[in-house]
Design a protein around this ligand. Structure first.
Ligand code: ADP
Ligand code: MG
Length: 791
């Protein structure tokens, strides 16, 4: 398990008139970077206040930091790991103009992460003496929820597919085989041109689209004698995301357009995926990767098998404080995600690399004597052509698969959901299972099918994805309020913006108390359906058991009849013996008569024949008596059965009849037994299904328990907050009372002061009067008797 590496980069401030005005303002706020910490400092009337907010990350880069140090500290390790066979992803997140593109693409003097990564990969490959490599690159843009190929303008609106062999991939995306960093950089330049093709407002587009540059690196040990040596396949994604701010800010001249109330929807879903992943494995539940193309493509990088780094770029200006806070909150949540990373290895000699090598060798042989450069060119061209054909074939296969799928769906729809009984359900399950087994067990993200290949280790930390189909009409924007709630630490409820509901997030603990969500109703219905099927199967089984018992009873009865029938030959032989004796007697009598009188011969003959006839009829009667035994066992069918029986076994002896009959009976019993066994198998399967459903219900119940615990916690916190706010209110009221008291006192004091000053003024006046009087009297006395005073 490995944490996602998260860094924040502050871009240098942009000087503007507004900024210089605001800097003269004595009340201002600014971001301060201190080691791996970034804090928001405010000052009031020129006096600095303690930091209002403070966040710590793996790295925080200040405005003076270069792309080179960002690359060295944040991405270099991932790039090296990718060459060693690990998946890697680096993406830049932040508001428009905060420096995402600068970080990923860089400038001429200070190349960005993509440029450095490409150079580094080829440098590392050149240094590797024991392995050989095959590298393919692709470049795509997601704009308005549509994937466009930046290497081929004609490849627009591409679809995402997932297969056992290749994992998640974009069908029809052009991949170029490359063998030098310069070649890759040229291709990227070309891609950039395509990105801007046909766009009038490039800034708006670039701030609302995501670009994903992807490199697939395959490598194999050079020592071909080592048969155990594995082929490694790794994928590197370098992603420049859309601006995370409100769209209003990117609008011309800051005018609030109608769309200004919205933000980029796939970023919103990325935020939501990050939120869910940061909740920890136990509580996270459904992760809505499928709700946007961006998260779907980055699924392995988010909580899956990839080394991931996120660089969150922020603008330092005071006007962007709210957006910066949002970005930092996103970064803090991303920091809590853990990935499970393993080298992707394929243990087979049928790997693409080997095939390529053989083809190259063949071509070399054929073109022997030609100029080496021309040869290389030819080889490259042929490789590309081959890849193109493969892609074409892949695309067609995809389309065919799609067509088949939709055909199947149509068929299912026409059959009607109601007709989907237990048997068809099981059939589907079986089909699914068999189709899974048929596929290659491997997983290479290459476009080349690798027969008989398999992955030695393949790990996706995320649980089996719970599929929610992409909404049909997927706009590119969502409501601003939801976004802000999320950016302020609130986990947005995607259902409120009509996203696909997660299938596993509901439970059915008590149906009358809890309002069920659609998914739980579905689950409940499914379980109910299974229960019904099980009940039906049990009923059927009981019915068959009953029939089986009846058949056994009948069988016993028939066995008795058989034993009775077995006595009949004995009786018949006795009767025949009797007949013979009588016949002999008659014969002797006839002989005696014949000697006496010839005319009586004819008479006797007729009598004899009568005798024989009567004997024969008694013989027949005996047989019919035996046959009557069948009639008893076969009540209802009566004589018709006996007629049939007579016809059928007309030419057979009694023994053969009995053996035939026995055989028929045992066949029938066998058939019943088989049916019974089949029923038991069905019952077993139903039981298994029921068990699975029970386990599912159990899981759902657990989830609901976790959710209700969370809800209880939240309720507790809310009640705490209520209590605190109530006590604060009380304090406030008290302070208000004190304040009114103080005001009253102050008023009283002011009155006193007024009275005092009035008294003071009158006293001062009388004092003045008095002193002037004294003065005048003294003057007067001085004038009258100056000497008397002196003496
Ligand atoms: P974004 O891609 O986030 O919309 P840009 O990367 O296009 O933002 O950056 C906006 C402007 O800021 C560009 O002119 C860019 O050169 C500049 N800029 C961004 N970050 C830095 C940085 N760290 N150093 C210097 N200039 C930067
Ligand atoms: Mg940009």
């Amino acid at each position: 398990m490995e944490k996602i590496c998260v860094a924040v980069r502050v871009r240098p401030p942009v000087k503007s008139d507004e900024d210089s005005n605001s800097s003269s303002n004595s009340n201002c706020s600014h971001w301060k970077v201190d080691d791996n910490r970034i804090s928001l400092h405010r000052s009031l009337s020129g006096t600095p206040l303690p930091p209002a907010l403070s966040y710590a990350f793996d790295h925080v880069f200040d405005q003076n930091c270069s792309n080179s140090s960002v690359y060295d500290l944040l991405t270099k390790d991932i790039i090296h790991a990718v060459v060693d066979g690990f998946n890697g992803t680096a993406f830049a997140y932040g508001q428009t103009s905060s420096g995402k593109t600068f970080t990923m693409n860089g400038s001429e003097n200070d190349p960005g992460i993509i440029h450095r990564a490409v150079k580094d990969i080829f440098a590392k490959i050149d240094m590797s003496t024991d392995r050989e490599f095959l590298i393919r690159v692709s470049y795509m843009e997601i704009y308005n929820e549509e994937i466009n190929d930046l290497f081929a303008v004609e490849n627009q609106k591409l679809q995402i597919h997932e297969s056992l062999e290749r994992g998640i991939f974009v069908a029809g995306l052009r991949e170029e085989i490359v063998n030098s960093a310069e070649q890759v950089l040229k291709l990227i330049e070309m891609g950039e041109v395509n990105r801007h093709f046909g766009e009038t407002n490039m800034n708006v587009r670039s701030s609302r689209s995501h670009t994903i540059f992807r490199m697939v690196i395959e490598s194999k040990g050079k020592d071909s004698t080592n048969l155990d040596d594995a082929i490694r396949v790794s994928v590197l994604n370098l992603v420049d995301l859309a601006g995370s701010e409100r769209i209003a800010k990117t609008g011309a001249g800051g005018v609030r357009l109608k769309e200004g109330k919205h933000i980029n929807k796939s970023l919103m879903i990325l935020g939501n995926v990050i939120n869910k992943l940061s909740e920890g494995a136990k509580q996270r539940g459904h992760i809505p990767y499928r709700d946007s193309k961006l998260t779907r493509i980055l699924q392995p990088a988010l909580g899956g098998n990839a080394k991931t780094s996120i660089i969150c770029t922020v603008a330092p200006e005071e006007v962007h404080v709210e957006e910066t806070k949002g970005t930092l909150q996103f970064a803090s949540r991303a920091k809590r995600i853990t990935n499970c990373v393993q080298v992707n290895e394929i243990l087979t000699d049928a790997a693409l690399l080997k095939r390529q090598k053989m083809e190259i060798e063949e071509l070399r042989m054929k073109l022997e004597g030609s100029h080496a450069g021309v040869l290389e060119q030819e080889i490259l061209k042929l490789r590309n052509d081959m890849l193109k054909y493969e892609l074409e074939r892949e695309k067609l296969a995809m389309e065919l698969e799609e067509e088949r799928k939709s055909h199947r769906e149509r068929e299912q729809c026409s059959n009607g959901i109601s007709s989907q009984n237990g048997e068809s359900l099981r059939k589907n399950l079986k089909e699914e299972a068999s189709s899974t087994q048929q596929g290659d067990a491997f997983s290479t993200p290459t476009f080349k099918p690798i027969p008989n290949s398999f992955v030695a280790k393949r790990c996706y930390n995320s649980t089996t994805p719970v599929y929610s189909p992409l909404p049909d009409a997927f706009g590119d924007v969502v409501d601003e309020d939801t976004w802000f709630k999320m950016n302020n630490g609130f986990i947005a409820d995607l259902d409120s913006i009509r996203m696909t509901p997660p299938k596993q997030l509901s439970s059915i603990p008590s149906f009358d108390k809890i309002q069920l969500q659609d998914s739980s109703i579905d689950n409940y219905k499914e379980v109910e359906n299974l229960r019904k099927q099980l009940q039906q199967a049990i009923d059927e089984r009981n019915e068959f058991e009953k029939q089986h018992k009846e058949q056994v009873a009948l069988n016993n009865q028939l066995m008795e009849e058989i034993s009775k029938l077995q006595e009949i030959p004995q009786k018949l032989s006795e009767s025949l013996g009797n007949c013979k004796a009588v016949n002999e007697e008659i014969f002797f009598t006839f002989k005696g008569f014949a000697e006496d009188e010839k005319s009586a011969t004819a008479n006797l003959f007729s009598k004899t024949s009568e005798f024989v006839m009567s004997l024969m009829s008694s013989f027949e009667a005996q047989i019919y008596m035996a046959m009557n035994g069948f009639r008893k066992a076969d009540d209802g069918k009566g004589s018709s059965y006996s007629e049939e029986y007579k016809k059928k076994y007309k030419d057979c002896t009694l023994e053969t009849q009995i053996t035939c009959w026995k055989k028929e009976m045992s066949d029938e019993i066998k058939l019943i037994k088989e049916r019974y066994e089949n029923l038991e198998e069905e019952l077993d399967m139903n039981n298994q299904l029921l068990e699975a459903s029970k386990a599912r219900i159990h899981g759902l119940q657990k989830e609901s328990q976790v959710l209700s615990e969370e809800r209880d916690d939240l309720l507790l916190t809310v009640s705490d907050s209520w209590k605190r706010s109530a006590s604060l209110n009380e304090q406030n009221e008290k302070i208000l009372q004190d304040l009114t008291c103080e005001i009253q006192k102050r008023k009283d004091l002011e009155d006193d002061i007024k009275q005092f000053s009035v008294g003071f003024v009158s006293r001062y006046k009388s004092y003045k009067l008095f002193s002037s009087e004294i003065k005048s009297k003294v003057e007067h006395l001085k004038a009258q008797k100056p000497f008397a005073l002196i003496s």
